[in-house]
Ligand binder design. Structure first.
Ligand SMILES: O=P(O)(O)OC[C@H]1O[C@@H](O)[C@H](O)[C@@H](O)[C@@H]1O
Length: 286
């Protein structure tokens, strides 16, 4: 487990209100926990994720931007999943009412300028992230540059906690197409429902109105301004190669990520901005 010093370094924020408990890190403005009253946590965090904290946090909802994965096909990026996940953000608002807690962070181009790949983006790029912990979890991520238009790939890299991956059914992707990164990025037609049996890595051309049905509850996603859905599970072999993962943890999670990636990347005009949002709700099964 991480030491109190490591958690403090990562800027761990915890919150309790009448509807839920929540937690987030200033590192990457990463929400790490959302536990509505009477529920177990909706988010997965790998057991040793926060040890040695300057590595990737495998869990919660990291933000991938301004590029996703290894970038668009024609853009080669030095480090996966962008710039903003790797730096501490500035918390600018922390308010709790009876029923909800709102945390807002900001991050500027100066704060990521030292990272490889930052020079491909406007130096005055800015990022704002709002997380509302209540009966639902609401996320809203906004990016812009006052001076320069740029192409933005972005995603909420949501790690959801499940009882056992073999019980999970993912709905909402039927009728769409996806690129399968376990099959040389080949395009396929989506099945009616998706079940995960091992290593899975797909980018769907779909906005992400997805439900994840577990053995006792349904997690429902309602994205805003998203055109891509990514489904990822490392499987047993992949999990062994990841920092901070224990043996069977791959069976306790599934990443369903929403955003705008690859050919769905967004052009943000100079002086404008783009907002990606996501509401997560959970209800008992039956
Ligand atoms: O950066 P993390 O949290 O280890 O996640 C890595 C995975 O993230 C997923 O979004 C990608 O589709 C996978 O290809 C990648 O392996």
């Amino acid at each position: 487990m991480p030491t109190p010093d490591e958690l403090a370094t990562a800027g761990l924020r915890t919150t309790v209100n009448s509807t839920c408990r929540g937690a987030a890190l200033d590192l990457g403005a990463t929400v790490t926990s959302w536990q509505p009253r009477g529920q177990r946590d909706v988010l997965f965090v790998s057991r040793e994720a926060l040890v040695g904290i300057d590595d990737e946090v495998h869990g919660g909802i990291p933000i991938c931007a301004p590029w996703f994965g290894r970038g668009r096909d024609d853009v080669d990026v030095p480090r996966p999943h962008g710039l903003v996940r790797w730096v501490p953000w500035r918390l600018v608002e922390d308010t709790t009412s009876d029923a909800a807690t709102t945390l807002v962070w900001e991050c500027s181009g100066d704060e990521v300028a030292h990272l490889p790949g930052a020079d491909a983006y406007p130096s005055d790029i800015w990022f704002r992230h709002e997380a509302q912990f209540g009966e639902t979890l609401h996320l809203s991520f906004t990016t812009g540059s006052p001076s320069t238009s740029f192409v933005l790939d972005e995603a909420f890299h949501c790690y959801f906690a499940v009882s056992h991956i073999s019980d999970v059914v993912i709905d909402g992707l039927a009728g769409t197409r996806y690129r399968d990164y376990t099959d040389g990025a080949a395009w396929h037609d989506a099945d009616d429902v998706l079940r995960i049996h091992g290593h899975t890595d797909r980018i769907y051309d779909a906005p992400g109105n997805v439900t994840i049905t577990d053995d006792d509850r349904i997690i429902a996603l309602t994205p805003g301004d998203a055109a891509s859905t990514i489904v990822w599970n490392p499987g047993p072999d992949g999990a062994r190669s990841l920092t901070g993962w224990a043996g069977e943890e791959w069976t306790q999670m599934v990443c369903v990520e929403v955003g705008n990636v690859q050919h769905r990347a967004v052009t943000v005009p100079a002086g404008g901005s783009h907002t990606l949002s996501l509401d997560v709700a959970v209800r008992p099964l039956g």
